[in-house]
Design a protein around this ligand. Structure first.
Ligand SMILES: Nc1ncnc2c1ncn2[C@@H]1O[C@H](COP(=O)(O)OP(=O)(O)OP(=O)(O)O)[C@@H](O)[C@H]1O
Length: 263
């Protein structure tokens, strides 16, 4: 039985008399605790799909079911981390996370428990040292870590990551990928992540979902990545299964569904 199910989702955007069908008949089942990445060329509809799961955009047809319940509005059971860190600039790192904790747990946890829980989540991403800083005083990688802490602090059933490392330099990106893998190992969250990066997809995923080009984009192929965890990027760089997964995704993206610039 699937934990998260995207059920025959269509999305049509209309602007005046013009309608564009961005997504068509997207079906996907994700089991609990799995790490799924969605990869596809720019503009194919990945963010639209993630936003439909988040409840931020409504599907034109079909729907999303999480633990047997249809979800069509945003909720703390689906926390989103965006590429451009969406921290509130006037609040400290601590208060950015605490705000989410207060929102979700105001009735369930005491003040002291909410404080402890905020600190616990900052510890998970190794950000307690900067808890009193404001977003403008920390690096891009640190902002993303706080964004991840804020999302995790809501104890979401599904963590939705929309290119969370897209704006970071390669080394920071690698470091954060390792941290996200470690968190996933410790917490066992169900994760749906968008990426453009083939290596990132293979390294992090249990399953890679490859989308065809739009308009009318859909899932062209899925690939299960059966590499044991924990995964080490250096060891994997010569692993035959890793290389085969990488080749399959590259082939899909660059031979079968190569990018066509929109007119
Ligand atoms: N609110 C909207 N109104 C009209 N068209 C939209 C809207 N949001 C997205 N689109 C269009 O839908 C298509 C898919 O956009 P989306 O952002 O989901 O793609 P993407 O695969 O996430 O792209 P990228 O990888 O570049 O972020 C694009 O053609 C985009 O212009």
């Amino acid at each position: 039985m699937s934990y998260l199910r995207i059920d025959h989702v269509d999305k049509v955007f209309t602007s005046g008399a013009r309608a564009t069908r961005v997504l068509e008949a997207v079906d996907l089942s994700v089991e609990k605790g799995r790490f799924v990445t969605i990869i596809g060329h720019s503009g194919c509809g990945k963010s639209t799909l993630l936003n439909i799961v988040a409840g931020l955009v409504s599907a034109s047809a079909g729907g999303v079911v999480l633990e047997n319940r249809q979800v069509d509005t945003p909720g703390p059971d689906r926390a989103v981390v965006f590429q451009n860190h969406s921290l509130l600039p006037w609040l400290t790192v601590y208060d950015n996370v605490r705000l989410a904790v207060d929102k979700v747990f105001s009735r369930k946890k005491s003040r002291a428990e909410r404080h402890d829980w905020t600190m616990r989540n900052l510890e998970l991403v190794q950000m307690t040292h900067a808890k009193d800083k404001r977003p403008s005083e920390i690096s891009g990688g640190m902002k993303q870590r706080v964004g991840i802490a804020r999302a995790l602090a809501m104890e979401p059933k599904v963590l939705l990551l929309d290119e969370p490392f897209g704006a970071l330099d390669a080394l920071t990106r690698a470091h954060l990928q390792d941290q996200v893998m470690a968190l996933h190992r410790t917490l066992g969250n169900t994760v749906m992540m968008i990426t453009h990066d083939v290596d990132e997809a293979v390294l992090l995923s249990d399953r890679i979902v490859m989308m065809t080009n739009g308009p009318c984009a859909t899932i062209g192929e899925t690939l299960d990545v059966a590499l044991p965890r924990p995964r080490d990027r250096v060891t994997l760089s010569t692993d035959p299964h890793y290389l085969e997964c990488r080749r399959r995704v590259l082939q899909f993206l660059y031979e079968r569904h190569h990018y066509v610039e929109a007119a």
